[in-house]
Every structure is written in C-alpha cells, then in structure tokens.
Design a binder for this molecule. Sequence first.
Ligand SMILES: C[S@@+](CC[C@H](N)C(=O)[O-])C[C@H]1O[C@@H](n2cnc3c(N)ncnc32)[C@H](O)[C@@H]1O
Length: 292
Amino acid sequence: MTQMLSAATFETFAALLKKRSGLVIGPDKIYLLETRLAPILKQEKLRDLIALADRLRSSNAEPLIRQVVEAMTTNESFFFRDDKPFQHFRSQALPRLIAARPPGALFRVWSAASSSGQEAYSIAMVVSEFRPSLGDRRVEIIGTDLAREQVARAREGIYTQFEVQRGLPIQMLMRHFRKEESNWRISEAIRGMVQYREWNLLSDLRPLGQFDVVFCRNVLIYFDQATKTKVLEAVARQMPADGLLYLGGAETVLGITSCFAPLPSERGVYGLAGAATAAKSVGDTRTARSLA
Ligand SMILES: C[S@@+](CC[C@H](N)C(=O)[O-])C[C@H]1O[C@@H](n2cnc3c(N)ncnc32)[C@H](O)[C@@H]1O
C-alpha cells in the first residue's frame, strides 16, 4: 500500500539517491521506494519509510545508506543483450583494433555498469573467438558496478537456467558453461578473462586507466541530463582517439555531449568526436605508453 510520504521524507531519499548513484526518482516512484526498501525496513525493524529516512539522517548511517542506494539500483541484465553491439564488436571493433595495434599491445575493454556480469562475460566469449588472430596481443576486460552484491555475483559466475536462456546461444552455453545442480557455472577460462571491481561512475574514473572499448549500457537512462553529460565526458577522457563506446538501446549522446559522435549507420556505437579527438592527439603518446 502506498504510504503518504511528506515532501521532506521523499526529498531525503531522492537527494540521497541522486548524490550517491545518480539515480533520479520522481514522486511517481514512491511505490518503487516501498517495494525495494521493504527488506531493509524488515531487517532494521523499522515501521515505515519515514522511520528509515530519520535513520538515514542520523550519525553512523553510512552502511545503511549504502544498502539503500544498492537496493534502489536496477540490476536487470542478460547475455548478449540486444545482440547488435556484440555483432559490431565481433565484426568491426575487434578486427579493427587488432589491425591497429602492434603485436604485444594490450587492449582494454570496460563493461561500465556490469551488474551480475553477463555483459562482461559476453565480451569475453567474443574475445575468446579471436585467440588465433590476437597473436601476442593481450586483452583485459574490466567489469565495474556500484552494487557490491552484483559485483560478488559477477565474480562467482553462476547463473540460473532462466538467465542462461535469455540471449545466450546454445552453442555458447555448451562451450563455456557447465551444469552445477540446477544452475550453470561459467568456465574458468572465460571467468579468468574478466576482472570485476566496485566502482561508482560518478567518482573519479582516472584510476581505472584507459579503455579502447567501453560498454556503458542501460545505466545512463537512470540519470538526469547533467549527470549523463558528466559521466560521458569522464568516460571520453579514459579513451584513446580511436576508442569506441557502446550505449544501450534507449540511450544516446545526442544533445548530451559533443565528446562522442555516432558512427555512421551504426545504432548505439560512438566514436570520440571534435574537441575530444583533438585533445587526444597530445594524450595519445601517454596512452600508447600506458598500453605498452
Ligand atoms: C540495468 S543494469 C545494466 C547492466 C548491463 N550494462 C546491461 O546492459 O545489461 C544497470 C547497472 O548500473 C549500476 N549502476 C547504477 N548507478 C551506477 C553508478 N553510479 N555507478 C556504477 N554503476 C551504477 C547498477 O548497480 C546496475 O547493476
């Protein structure tokens, strides 16, 4: 049942979520607060959201704040989601990178809101098809997410029957997973290709280093315009001039930043544009060194 929340109580949650994760919620999302935060109310033996809001304003609330922020994230993900980006990655991005980088080079691919790991493991499965043509080039795949629980799930690499039935071709299931009771465990070979880390896209991205390819999909949709701009521009700074960005089906850079431009006739794929590319001609020597 929807509670009568005072404007002040609603604002406590809305402001906290926006500041900590970028998530923007309007008053029409009170039901979402209720359903997602119900387990926390139970755990903390709190009567309602008003009591939880009071608790969040008290000292030493940090662990609880973290729990609330995580509980409000939407972690829906599946293998080879939307397929198109992975087709492009397989048929265009990887062959182009292999041709452009010398033997011995390191490519870095980032799944920037990796949730329970399906996106980063899908990338790893595609990369594994390229072993013969990679020669001694190495590929590092990093998955990051704000939600600690999701990062732990991703690292574990165990998926339900339902999860492996969503988007994963049967040949890939047979090749890269093994059945473990009612679940499926990803092979050590694929699991070992991905490193997962907790990381907030609103925080400093520089310690993560440079990425040749970034999948930043189905996360910007939760942010307001200013946050989308901030995040995309920070992501652009982590990419070399020939880097590629994949966004989700409902996301775009248009009207948000001029750092990226859509690739002609490719939906959801972006390259660095204009000023961002020019700035990189200086930065590229540093990039090349850090990739060596
Ligand atoms: C809907 S999932 C998308 C997963 C995957 N990229 C895909 O497209 O299937 C969105 C993920 O973004 C994460 N997220 C939300 N805000 C974030 C932030 N500020 N920093 C990092 N991750 C965030 C959530 O925890 C969630 O796992």
